[in-house]
Design a protein around this ligand. Structure first.
Ligand SMILES: [Zn+2]
Length: 227
């Protein structure tokens, strides 16, 4: 069990399915996407009753090209045009100052990403920002923990923006079960930190993905590793 959160149940999933009914009447929302399990699941959920604008940030992560491909493929399947913003010069500049090369060059990546999408949402006159943080993220990432999220929620609120993290209480395995029910085409999603095609099978994200699919009891068609 990867999640440190309470056991996920189908009743929790059902709560999330109903959540759009109680959301703001403004159906437009900005969805930060990486093409992974969480943001892809949110895209398919939001597309049912909302008007999501997928946004992809290229901050010079190693898998940027493959992630953007996944975001495009998934969005176009739902007849939605995603937007890509190129922050790679910034990511490369910050990464160049670090002593080792990281797959993700930006420290506090989620903090930077939220600030960036706040600017993008305001520019698009969209008030709601949706991010696919999971309970697994909250267990390991400072910028995903409840205290930080509460603070950032208040900060964005002061800017007239609403931050929504509808998957924050679900582990990756429960999100997979939920996404499966929504018909997410897992073969079109992408998780590998190394940017390998097919996925490497040994980076932390590949290992988390494999474990979560096994726990969820769902077959992952992307498990055609190249090692
Ligand atoms: Zn990998």
């Amino acid at each position: 069990m990867l999640s440190l959160a309470p056991m996920n149940t189908r009743s929790e999933t059902a709560t999330i399915i109903r959540q759009p009914e109680s959301m703001s009447p403004d159906r437009r929302c900005l969805l930060l996407m990486s093409g992974g399990i969480e943001s892809s699941t949110l895209l398919f959920q939001l597309a049912q009753k909302e008007n999501p604008q997928p946004v992809f940030l290229d901050y010079a992560q190693r898998a940027a090209r493959q992630e953007w491909q996944a975001v495009q493929t998934l969005s176009l399947q739902l007849h939605i045009d995603p937007q890509r913003y190129d922050l790679s010069a910034f990511g490369n500049a910050v990464g160049a100052l670090r002593t080792a090369r990281y797959h993700v060059p930006l420290p506090h990546r989620n903090f930077v990403a939220i600030a960036a999408v706040a600017a993008i949402a305001s520019n698009l006159n969209i008030k709601r920002i949706v991010i696919g943080l999971s309970a697994d993220d909250a267990a390991v990432d400072t910028c995903s923990r409840p205290a930080f999220q509460n603070a950032i929620h208040d900060t964005l609120g002061s800017l007239g923006l609403q931050l929504e993290t509808p998957l924050i209480h679900l582990g990756k395995d429960a999100i997979i079960q939920y996404g499966n029910a929504l018909g997410v085409p897992w073969a079109k999603t992408y998780s590998c930190l190394l940017g390998r095609t097919p996925a490497c099978g040994f980076c932390p994200q590949c290992l988390k993905r494999e474990a979560a699919f096994a726990l969820a009891g769902v077959n992952d068609p992307d498990m055609g590793y190249d090692n």
